[in-house]
Design a protein around this ligand. Structure first.
Ligand code: FMN
Length: 212
């Protein structure tokens, strides 16, 4: 086990790691990540999840083409016209965009993808994702604890029919996230977030919580 497995250290250094080496990842580590995912909560403990592990270069490349198309059509223009988020600044936001573009171009080269899928029926409602994203976050934290990088990605959903078909996901199930996993080129580091006091209230919307 790599150093630094304290839970709070893991949480506070689980950055989006978008630059990944193509080196293979041992199946035993993928198994540990999947077990962490399966340990998550799901509504009513229904566990209607499936985790599709993808190593097949042809399938990943087919999905990457749609992922790139969604960048060109939506995400790239949005970055160009939006302000840096809380805890960031213009320079950091530019670096984020460069990393997003890098992942877009190299998505399929991540050695392993875990595609988090859910049996959500034909008309999934607002709460559907709440039974799969806890598993996704567990897997991101587990990957980080094992020294592996990943990023929660959902952009492929812009072309959900096409990509789910390319990945062979059957009717009744949908993909909710793709986690490209590999050994990171860079280092895990601190996260950029705004002040906690800006987003937490006590006993009424907008009322400050002096205890924090
Ligand atoms: C719902 C959701 C969807 C996301 N989709 C993508 C994506 O498709 N591509 C990508 O590069 N990052 C994606 N991200 C990652 C976010 O951009 C990232 O969490 C954010 O920039 C904060 O990064 P940091 O944790 O490194 O500070 C997604 C994150 C979430 C929560």
């Amino acid at each position: 086990m790599p150093e630094g497995t304290d839970l709070f250290e893991i949480i506070h250094t689980t950055r989006a790691m978008r630059r990944l080496k193509p080196d293979p990842v041992p199946d035993e580590l993928i198994r540990m990540i999947l077990l962490a995912g399966q340990a998550a909560a799901s509504g009513g403990n229904t566990q209607r999840w499936r985790f599709l592990v993808l190593k097949d270069q042809k399938i990943k490349k087919a999905v990457q083409a749609y992922y790139k198309q969604a960048f060109d059509e939506v995400v790239g223009p949005r970055y160009a016209s939006s302000a840096p988020p809380p805890g960031s600044d213009t320079a950091k936001y530019r670096r984020q965009l460069a990393a997003v573009e890098y992942l877009t171009d190299h998505y399929h080269q991540a050695p392993v993808w875990i595609v988090a899928c859910l049996e959500d029926g034909p008309n999934p409602g607002r709460s559907a994702g709440s039974s799969i994203y806890p598993a996704v976050q567990n897997m991101l934290l587990a990957a980080r604890a094992l020294g592996l990088g990943s990023t929660l990605t959902t952009r492929h959903i812009a072309y959900e029919k096409e990509v789910d078909a390319a990945m062979g996901i059957p009717p009744g199930f949908h993909s909710y996230a793709i986690l490209p996993i590999g050994y990171p080129m860079g280092r895990f580091g601190p996260l950029g977030r705004g002040p906690l006091t800006d987003v937490v209230y006590l006993d009424g919307w907008g009322k400050p919580y002096p205890g924090i």
